[in-house]
Design a binder for this molecule. Structure first.
Ligand SMILES: Nc1ncnc2c1ncn2[C@@H]1O[C@H](COP(=O)(O)OP(=O)(O)OP(=O)(O)O)[C@@H](O)[C@H]1O
Ligand SMILES: [Mg+2]
Length: 293
């Protein structure tokens, strides 16, 4: 199912109308080109500071936002022009994990529902017993005790547990690609490591390729694989994590590396970090920002 599957972005540009800016629009992604291969399974990180266009790219890849220029293809076909059957296959094979899964859960339903919905929507089991066995196995695969999480409401779980339920869902679906947008930003160091290890297990044991989006270079370093560095909507550097981090060639990558806090009170940051795109943001009273599509 996954062999030969490739997601490819070519010259992706995403502009949004933005009243109050000199040009009348804001360019979130200037020019993004890269490919994600299902074979061999890999982890590709996309790292950059806040506002650099990372989530916009995730939305382009997930088909939630059609780029204003350029293409996103899957197996050579434009994902915005897929037939219904092809679109369903894409939806099944390209699964998201977001920063805060709370919004995915309906507070009035037990968390089981998210998992049962996946079983039903994608026809994963023929009987209820089979479905339950699958759910339990997937919860165990992400170090959750089914007896302790099934039957609970979302607010009764910690953020790390909710996030791992989303991983259990992915474990059940076995997609070719996982698009993870800042999935560990709200987790403490220990749970963060557990989450990253599960993604690496998914790569090794189930052949999943992950696009891992983060602003945190230490997480990128832990994951290994390939990294792309994005600055103001442009991918400025890419390559194996170790070489990009040990011998960065772009000044922005060096700046990101220098911005990693040192656990040393005698070695504090001496320069103020400036978020460049603040200036280009529309005034706060201008709420009208709509995609140009
Ligand atoms: N729907 C939208 N309408 C208007 N502007 C948008 C929209 N989505 C994103 N932007 C703008 O595009 C730029 C890139 O946003 P994006 O969310 O992709 O950044 P990011 O790299 O994910 O940042 P963060 O690390 O803070 O999540 C920002 O300036 C943002 O304000
Ligand atoms: Mg983001």
């Amino acid at each position: 199912m996954t062999a030969g599957k490739v997601i490819e972005l070519r010259g992706v540009q995403q502009r949004f109308h933005a009243r109050g800016t000199p040009s009348g629009y804001l360019t979130a992604v200037e020019d993004a080109s890269f490919r994600l291969d299902a074979e061999p399974p890999q982890v590709v990180s996309l790292v950059g500071q806040s506002g650099s266009g990372k989530s916009t790219i995730a939305r382009n890849v997930l088909g939630l936002q059609k780029p204003t220029a350029g293409t996103v293809t899957y197996g050579g076909k434009d994902i915005f022009k897929l037939s219904r059957a092809e679109h369903d296959e894409y939806r099944r094979n390209v699964q998201p994990v977001f920063q805060d899964p709370y919004s995915i859960f309906n507070p009035f339903y037990r968390v089981d529902r998210v998992l049962w919905k996946a079983v039903k929507k994608f026809d994963l089991a023929t009987t209820r017993e089979q479905g339950l066995a699958m759910i339990e196995e997937s919860l165990q695969a992400v170090s959750l005790d089914p007896g302790r999480v099934l039957g609970r409401y979302p607010h009764q779980l910690s953020g790390g547990q909710r996030q791992r339920i989303m991983l259990a869902r992915i474990h059940m679906l076995r997609p070719a690609f996982v698009i993870a947008d800042e999935p560990v930003s709200m987790l403490d160091a220990q749970i963060r490591k557990m989450f990253l290890d599960i993604l690496l297990d998914f790569q090794r044991d189930h052949g999943m390729t992950t696009l891992f989006i983060t602003h945190d270079l230490s997480t990128v370093y832990y994951l290994g694989g390939q990294v792309m560095v994005i600055n103001k909507g442009v991918i400025v550097e890419r390559g194996p994590v170790t070489s990009v981090m040990h011998t960065p060639s772009h000044p922005y990558t060096r700046l990101l590396l220098d911005s990693i806090p040192q656990p040393d009170p005698d070695n504090r940051w001496t320069t103020r970090i400036k978020v460049d795109d603040e200036e280009s943001l529309p005034p706060s009273d201008s709420q009208e920002v709509t995609p140009i599509i």
